[in-house]
Design a binder for this molecule. Structure first.
Ligand code: PXL
Length: 264
């Protein structure tokens, strides 16, 4: 059987724990051929982000064209997109190539608190990219930004999932990592709600968790899994990667992408 191929369209994390680097490690760990379109380069480590340089939109488009026209893409994810022009370019190329199986991780802020999406680009994300998404994976603060108000109760979360679903994605996953107690993810497919539960892993090493989760979903989709199965398997993979995270650097270290292959 031909190997499944997944693409990440995201920012580079020089520290190797988030962004493109986390995505490619996740694809490799899950047995999928990985490709990357870089939207921005960050100078970053486990402590913080020390510089961001965006890639010209023409160069972003050329990277997408190059991999799609030769290698092919079974599923894709987007991560850090940085600006409205980059979002518009990515959305236009995704439509042009009729890419399917798109997971949108609406990355806004790094673990260190540094902005990865310009404030004026949130509208572009909602208008141009979310309508193309099969699955969108906001954390709690991202869901609040997408709907424009704070979310507290379980009812608030369900209302938000409905509102985000109305923007276009077939599946909305509101991640539980920023909530208190169990790390319960709320999934909405336009008809039903599913609560995916897992015990919270107590670790300071959470750099790149969102990137890893959305990349793992894309890997599952590339391998032909149904969306809900891909989401469940990604959560299981991420929980293990968090449980096996090891310290590297002085700040928030990354998860252990290869915990199923070698001990840290
Ligand atoms: O986890 C969000 C994220 C996405 N992309 C890049 C990042 C981060 C978080 O640090 O650095 C490049």
């Amino acid at each position: 059987m031909a190997i499944a191929k997944a693409l990440t369209i995201a920012g580079s994390d020089s520290g190797g724990g988030a962004g493109i680097q986390a995505d490619l490690k996740t694809f490799a760990a899950l047995g999928v051929y990985g490709m990357s379109v870089i939207t921005a380069v960050t100078a970053q480590n486990t402590v913080g982000v020390f510089g961001i340089q965006e890639i010209d939109r023409e160069m972003v488009a050329r990277q997408i064209d190059a991999v799609v026209e030769d290698i092919g893409v079974d599923a894709a994810k987007t991560g850090m997109l940085s600006s409205a022009p980059i979002i518009e370019t990515v959305a236009e190329r995704i439509r042009h190539h009729a890419l399917r199986g798109l997971v949108v991780d609406p990355v806004m802020v790094a673990k260190s608190g540094d902005r990865l999406l310009r404030a004026d680009a949130v509208e572009a994300l909602k208008e141009h990219l979310l309508p193309l998404a099969l699955i969108v994976t906001p954390n709690l603060p991202e869901a609040e930004t997408l709907v424009g108000h704070q979310l507290q109760s379980d009812d608030d979360l369900r209302m938000a999932a409905r509102a985000i679903h109305a923007l276009g994605p077939a599946y909305v996953v509101v991640k539980g990592g920023h909530r208190s107690g169990e790390a319960t993810d709320l999934v909405y497919d336009g008809r039903e709600f599913y609560e995916l539960r897992s015990a919270r892993v107590e670790t300071p090493h959470t750099h790149g968790t969102g990137c890893t989760f959305s990349a793992a979903i894309a890997a599952g989709l590339a391998r032909g899994l149904e969306p809900l199965t891909a989401i469940r398997e990604a959560k299981e993979y991420l929980t293990g990667a968090l449980a096996h995270a090891y310290a590297i650097g002085r700040g928030h270290s990354p998860v252990h992408h290869f915990y199923r292959l070698w001990p840290a």
